[in-house]
Design a protein. Structure first.
Length: 476
């Protein structure tokens, strides 16, 4: 469709027909990949309105979407990941969402390469490069005066920074935007170049080091579609490049169906291309920085420290987990020790899954990942530190615990508690008074202790003299 070529245009329009993005092809290939006989994979890719594919990841559900003859119910993986992908040329884009959903759609960043996982690229505490490290998300919008601008969308419910308009924003004119839109694939590439320049300029001008934190109202930031209170609001004209949304759950028992359909497709009218990947741990394959989390079916969100830690150890910061700071998690996943501004926790969450390290070193990094998220300060009696120490009682920072002598009665009690915990986890019920938490169950798996941990400031300067028999990495 032709771009509206007069001042004040506010209707949502499409990009001219252009090839699908590499991101679209990559995520779709992952969704339809059936894996191998030894490691079968399950997922689904959908286009359009009313798709209900989340049920494919809930083992007891009966599929209600009969349009796909290959829709089977054989998932044996815990939880799932659901993503929604809006391409600029699609029949349904972010601009077609209800006004109160447009600003919140973009909630993560897809990166091409990162330092800790691919050996180059995105690195915390420094602004990612565009387009080498990632492709920023931009929208063309129109304000109340009818002025049309290109703006960088921070994501995670934050601001759109218009160029011109925001601090440092290059003065792309309405005429430039219209001319680029009318020249097909070549013009689309030019708009994406404009987007990269807009992102780099506004974020650098505000000395930002994270792509989701480049400026607020004082820096010229605005809301898209609908705002709150005194927010400056602009209307969507069209996207530039792909935009996307991620949400996951570690639960089954209807949770995947709830996340994919009830929480997004039905209630928010997310009718763009989408995918479901059975098994929440597949989130590490998507190369994204953040994802939101829902704990159980029927209640949106609700994830906490345990889910946030597990996600960080899979390379993704939880965007909505209670008592988990997403910026801290981002630094501990994508940061590197020795970088300017880095601390002893930077990169520890990624190092915990680095198979080139010994199991002892990986366990140490996992412990430091948890310590950095929950127990940085000296308040060992706070809820966060107690959570950390319940998982990693051998951490020298944690207070010593009294070891019970093993006996038959104690073993019987432990077995009863373990069964209760497993049943509670299967049903998704919260722990009741008098029962141990699920963190204590994990702590029970992590028996044994370090006999010596010597740290000198980086990941190469510690030694682990002994790991007790039976100690496990949390995600092994």
């Amino acid at each position: 469709l032709a771009f509206l070529c007069y001042p004040g245009a506010q209707a949502n329009t499409r990009a001219p027909p252009v090839p699908r993005s590499d991101l679209y092809n990559s995520w779709k290939a992952l969704a339809v990949d059936q894996g191998t006989v030894e490691t079968p994979l399950l997922g689904a890719w959908a286009e359009g309105t009313g798709e209900r594919y989340g049920q494919i990841c809930d083992v007891y559900r009966t599929p209600q979407n009969a349009r796909d003859p290959n829709f089977q119910n054989e998932d044996a993986f815990p939880g799932c990941v659901a993503i929604w992908l809006s391409e600029a040329q699609d029949n349904f884009t972010v601009g077609d969402l209800p006004a109160n959903q447009q600003n919140n759609f973009q909630n993560t960043q897809h990166y091409k390469v990162s330092w800790n996982y691919q050996g180059t690229g995105l690195k915390a505490r420094s602004l990612p490069r565009a387009p080498q490290d990632f492709n920023p998300v931009c929208y063309i919008t129109s304000n109340e005066e009818g002025e049309m601008t290109l703006g960088y969308e921070e994501g995670n419910g934050d601001r759109l920074l218009p160029c011109p308009g925001a601090n440092g924003g290059p003065p792309f004119s309405e005429e430039q935007l219209i001319a680029a839109n009318q020249t097909g694939a070549e013009g689309q590439a030019l708009l994406e170049d404009y987007c990269g320049a807009c992102y780099q300029s506004v974020c650098s001008a505000n000395n930002a080091r994270r792509p989701r934190d480049c400026g607020g109202d004082r820096q010229g930031g605005v809301e898209v579609g609908q705002g709150k209170g005194d927010d400056n609001v602009v209307q969507m004209v069209r996207q530039v490049g792909p935009a996307y949304h991620c949400h996951m759950t570690m639960a089954d028992d209807g949770a995947c169906d709830f996340v994919q359909y009830d929480q997004h497709e039905y209630s928010r009218e997310y009718n763009m291309s989408s995918a479901v990947y059975c098994g929440w741990e597949r989130i590490s394959e998507l190369q994204i920085t953040h994802c939101d989390c829902t704990r159980v079916a029927g209640t949106a969100n609700g994830c906490g420290r345990r889910e946030g830690l597990k996600m960080a150890l899979k390379g993704v910061a939880c965007g909505n987990c209670n008592n988990v700071n997403q910026d801290t998690a981002y630094d501990q996943i994508f940061g590197t020790m020795g970088s300017k501004g880095a601390d002893q926790y930077d990169g520890t969450c990624a190092a915990a899954t680095d198979t080139s390290l010994s199991e002892e070193k990986r366990y140490y990094m996992e412990m430091m990942c948890s310590q950095g998220l929950f127990c940085r300060n000296g308040n060992l009696n706070g809820d966060a530190c107690r959570f950390h120490c319940s998982l990693y009682p051998s951490d020298p920072k944690c207070p010593p615990t009294e070891e019970d002598e093993p006996d038959a009665e104690g073993e019987a009690t432990a077995a009863t508690m373990e069964r209760s915990l497993l049943e509670a986890e299967m049903t998704g019920e919260d722990d009741v008074a008098g029962e141990h938490s699920d963190e204590e169950e994990v702590a029970g798996e992590l028996d044994g202790e370090y006999s010596e941990v010597v740290s000198g400031g980086d990941e190469e300067s510690f030694a682990v003299a002994s790991m007790g028999r039976g100690r496990k990495l949390l995600l092994l």
